[in-house]
Design a protein. Structure first.
Length: 500
């Protein structure tokens, strides 16, 4: 019997009423294992209404109440991390160890939310004038909408809702319809932890559900992670409707390898960063820029390592890389490799046409490595979001830097070198929001914020960290003057001596 994933509204399961469902596929087999209910406008409105009603009390709740619930949620999440990882593997396809890593990164933001007390401390200036004090405080916004992608169905929602609800907001999550089960399980764990009804809601669906959240008058802010075209649409539409927006888009992350770099370390990093999670992550390294004469040796070292990666079902402990999320996406990724040679690239490894014995209907693709890729090639210009690594050549550091900075994306960038001066120049001169020095995927820890530049971010705030707290709250300044008790009218004695 096919499993059905329903909505979560007002603290309980809400069966889909629209009559429309979407298929959820096991990427390793190609089999449709689940149906997910798609929300109508009325069902989205019901979720927002539940969140708005819950905000009346949750927004006034104590920090101690909020954090105690989050501490219990953290314990439950830790206890169920294997179960959640299994849900991710079954619907996304990533290997179990990778799914466990995703849950661990989400836990990191829950940890941050448990300590929100420090982040929400205000400021006070006393005696700015005679008997006048000024205080700055931060208050919650109201109902927050989160719209999240398929590639991290547990981690990216946890980059949003723990901080949002810790700050006193309520939340409506619209997860990817391709792998929806993890989000519902998180909702169940939040309820078990004691989160009041309506504080966290989940509605599934497609563009109709998203657009309703973007225009709904009771939604005060929107957090989004996904592709650049959709991020631009989210930012434009939600902003036009008067909402605060953080919309994280796509990427083409570069890894610059200088002639003095440890090439073995660089090759190890390139392989893990390009092919981990089958390349389906916005922080994947998809372009390596080799400077000087090291290009041939570096490409050979990458090839040797890439050929050894074991591709197979995510629930096989020996698998190092799983399938792609859908057959359509697999075919699109393959098209970049098929057309690379005609655009001037040298195809070192061609992963198209790859299959796994016993799982022939899965969404498989092998490892692809393209060398001497021109900047005009589509494989370089587009975000492929698959296990395809482009290697470009540059004669000097300056030439390489200009190449990287010419990209419309600015999510992450890395440099591999033994030269501290060169590394320092790169981290200051590269146009990217996150920079790694001998670190290929510079995803910040939870108490620093995640976000890119240029077409990789629309809006003023990065996600989680201090930026996350500021995004989910708004500032208020209070100026007060109180009369001195000694100046009380005659006949009222508060026990203060008269001094005049």
């Amino acid at each position: 019997m096919t499993k059905i994933v329903n909505h979560w509204i007002g603290g309980k399961t809400a069966e889909g009423a629209s009559g429309t469902y979407g298929p959820v596929t096991n990427p390793a087999t190609g089999e449709v294992t689940t149906k997910v209910a798609f929300a109508s406008v009325e069902e989205v409105d019901a979720a927002v209404a539940a969140a708005k009603e819950a905000f009346r009390t949750w927004g006034q709740s104590s920090l101690a109440q909020r954090t105690s619930i989050l501490f219990r949620f953290r314990a439950l999440l830790d206890a169920h991390r294997d179960e959640i990882a299994e849900l991710i593997t079954a619907e996304h396809g990533k290997v179990h160890s990778d799914a466990l890593g995703e849950v661990a990164r989400g836990l990191e933001i829950v940890d941050l939310a448990c300590g929100i007390n420090v982040q929400l401390k205000g400021e006070l200036s006393t005696q700015v004038a005679s008997r006048v004090d000024v205080a700055s405080i931060r208050q919650p916004l109201g109902v927050i909408a989160g719209i999240t992608p398929f590639n991290f169905p547990a981690m990216v929602p946890m980059w949003m809702f723990p901080l949002a609800i810790a700050c006193g907001n309520t939340f409506v999550l619209k997860p990817s319809e391709k792998d929806p089960s993890a989000s519902v399980r998180l909702a169940e764990l939040l309820a078990e932890a004691g989160l009041p009804e309506g504080v966290f809601n989940v509605v599934h669906g497609d563009k109709a559900a998203v657009d309703r959240l973007l225009e709904h008058p009771d939604v005060k802010a929107v957090s989004f992670v996904g592709s650049t075209p959709i991020a631009r649409h989210i930012h434009t539409t939600a902003s036009a409707n008067g909402k605060r927006v953080q919309a994280l888009g796509g990427a083409k992350n570069h890894m610059l390898v200088l002639p003095d770099a440890d090439l073995d370390a660089a090759a190890d990093a390139a392989v893990s960063a390009a092919y981990g999670s089958a390349g389906e992550r916005c922080m994947a390294v998809s372009a390596v820029v080799a400077v000087g004469a090291i290009g041939d040796e570096l490409v050979e070292k990458i090839r040797e390592r890439a050929e050894k990666i074991k591709i197979g079902p995510g629930d096989d402990p020996t698998s190092e890389m799983g399938p792609l999320i859908t057959a359509t996406h697999r075919d699109k990724v393959a098209s970049y490799v098929a057309g690379a040679a005609d655009e001037g690239a040298e195809v070192v490894l061609d992963g198209t046409g790859y299959t796994v014995d016993g799982y022939e209907n899965g969404h498989w693709i092998g490892i692809s490595l393209l060398d001497k890729v021109p900047t005009t090639a589509k494989a370089y210009q587009d975000e492929i979001f698959g296990p395809v690594l482009c290697v470009l050549r540059a004669g000097t550091y300056e030439e390489a830097l200009d190449l990287i900075n010419a990209s419309p994306f600015g999510n992450g960038a890395a440099v591999f070198t033994r030269d501290g001066g060169a590394a320092r120049r790169f981290q200051l001169e590269v146009e990217a929001g996150m920079v790694g020095v001998n670190v290929p995927i510079p995803v910040p820890v939870g108490y620093h914020s995640f976000g890119g530049w240029k077409d990789s971010l629309f809006g003023d705030h990065h996600i989680y960290g201090n930026d996350g707290t500021h995004f989910y709250t708004r500032g208020k300044v209070v100026t007060t003057r109180w009369p001195d008790p000694a100046d009380a009218p005659a006949g009222v004695d508060l026990g203060f001596p008269r001094n005049h």
